[in-house]
Ligand binder design. Structure first.
Ligand SMILES: Nc1ncnc2c1ncn2[C@@H]1O[C@H](COP(=O)(O)OP(=O)(O)OP(=O)(O)O)[C@@H](O)[C@H]1O
Ligand SMILES: [Mg+2]
Length: 409
């Protein structure tokens, strides 16, 4: 099989690096393998230690090569971090009299939408067309072929600080890989987890990772708001570490084995063995599980309150009647959905990769949705949805043309 039919998603996360190898067949994407390596070179989604990140990327990629039998040279890489912002761009073009609107007109309007004043040190990483209007008639999904004199295209613009973007590039390149696309992580995760009907109706995706919780809102079939909240699973572990006076690793164990996001329904009878810091191994203490819940609950409530704030900033909960889909390793904490629905008051469900059907075993769990989603995102957006004048333009070769044919919609 030709190499050009392979896409590799590289999720550079705060707790782990994950490489997912996908192959495009005439039936869609199938997954050939994946590799994971722990990584502590990032803080809140941003590279803070290049020396720790590069070998972790190499390890994950080597494992993915072994599991897929494919030599990995280029990757689609995910990006996140508190520095991410999103806004709506609007671009207008005049159409010549008696002419139909062409793809070039739409592209020109899309290009015009990103002519915004960016603060120094920031760049546009996505410019995703969302809706268009022709002569003031709104809600037109595809204006190509229509008659009109003024075309306006509304786009979802995602911006990032250039330095963190460059640092991710540097790590990936030092690991001997070429980057074909950079994708905002929640947009990739959404690709793997959301149903088309949810995206049409209006839905929010929240990926609770280790260092950040990433949010993407969809309506009318496409993304309209993205944000990154600097609270994730590591904060919960940290709270337990401080609250129970145990080492971080012990706090992580306690969280994974006994953690729960709400104290509702817990009594003092259920007790958990913990080893406080400084205590010799084997000298355990018992604490009621309710105490663990009491420590975790306020942090999870804070997280969903921050999510609610972002949703309000995006226009309000009424824009997401399909509710909230919660993903990422942090979503595995029991009771998370209960806290989310109490705080947000909308329907909530747990996310995991819906497709490709070939996603089995570990890849079916929420921690791997971003890696799987990166493959799907690149398959469906072969030319990317980044800044039209960005660094990556012109890098798309035969892969793109092949994918474009397959996914032309
Ligand atoms: N069963 C579980 N119960 C509670 N928390 C869990 C469970 N499994 C994983 N986690 C938590 O999920 C977090 C890691 O999630 P994930 O793998 O999605 O993060 P990441 O992608 O590395 O980080 P980020 O997306 O922030 O860059 C860790 O904090 C971990 O403790
Ligand atoms: Mg993640």
């Amino acid at each position: 099989m030709a190499k050009s039919e392979i896409i590799v998603g590289l999720d550079v996360g705060t707790t782990k690096i994950c490489a997912v190898v996908g192959e495009l067949t005439k039936n869609g994407v199938s997954l050939l393998g994946h590799g994971v390596a722990p990584c502590d070179g990032l803080h809140k989604g941003v590279v803070v230690n290049i020396e720790a990140t590069v070998p972790a990327i190499e390890k994950a990629v080597e494992a993915a090569e072994r599991s897929s039998g494919y030599e990995i040279r280029s990757v689609v890489v995910g990006i996140t971090g508190e520095h991410i912002r999103s806004l709506t761009g609007k671009g207008t073009v005049r159409i010549r009299r008696d002419q139909e609107i062409t793809r070039a007109d739409v592209a020109q309007a899309q290009e015009a939408a990103q002519q915004i004043d960016l603060p120094p040190g920031r760049e546009i990483i996505h410019n995703i067309p969302r809706a268009s209007s022709v002569d003031g008639h709104h809600g037109i999904k595809n204006p190509v072929g229509m008659f009109g004199s003024t075309l306006e295209v509304e786009t979802h613009l995602v911006t990032a600080e250039s330095n963190p973007v460059q640092n991710i590039y540097k790590c990936v390149e030092q690991a001997g890989l070429t980057i074909t696309q950079v994708v905002l992580e929640p947009l990739a995760t959404a690709e793997a987890e959301l149903h088309t009907a949810e995206k049409e109706m209006g839905v929010a995706l929240i990926d609770i990772g280790g260092g950040t919780s990433d949010l993407a809102l969809f309506g009318g079939g496409s993304a309209f708001y993205s944000a990154v909240i600097p609270v994730g699973g590591k904060h919960v572990t940290n709270d337990l570490s401080v609250g129970l006076r145990v080492a971080f690793t012990e706090a992580e164990r306690i969280k994974l084995e006994h953690g729960i996001a709400t104290e509702d329904g817990l009594d003092d009878l259920e007790a958990v063995a913990i080893t406080p810091v400084g205590q010799p191994a084997g000298e355990e203490m018992r604490v009621p599980r309710r105490i663990i819940a009491e420590i975790i609950q306020p942090r999870m409530e804070e997280l969903f309150e921050l999510v609610e704030e972002e949703i309000r900033r995006a226009g309000g909960l009424e824009l997401i009647p399909a509710g909230v889909v919660i993903s990422g390793g942090g979503s595995r904490l029991p009771g998370t959905l209960d806290v989310a629905s109490q705080v947000l008051g909308v329907p909530v469900r747990l996310g995991a990769p819906l497709e490709p059907a070939a996603a089995t075993g570990a890849l079916r769990t929420p921690e791997y949705s971003t890696g799987v989603g990166l493959v799907l995102y690149a398959a469906r957006n072969p030319r990317g949805t980044h800044h039209a004048d960005g660094l990556l333009d012109g890098l798309f070769g035969p892969i793109s043309r092949w994918f474009r044919r397959l996914f032309s919609r």
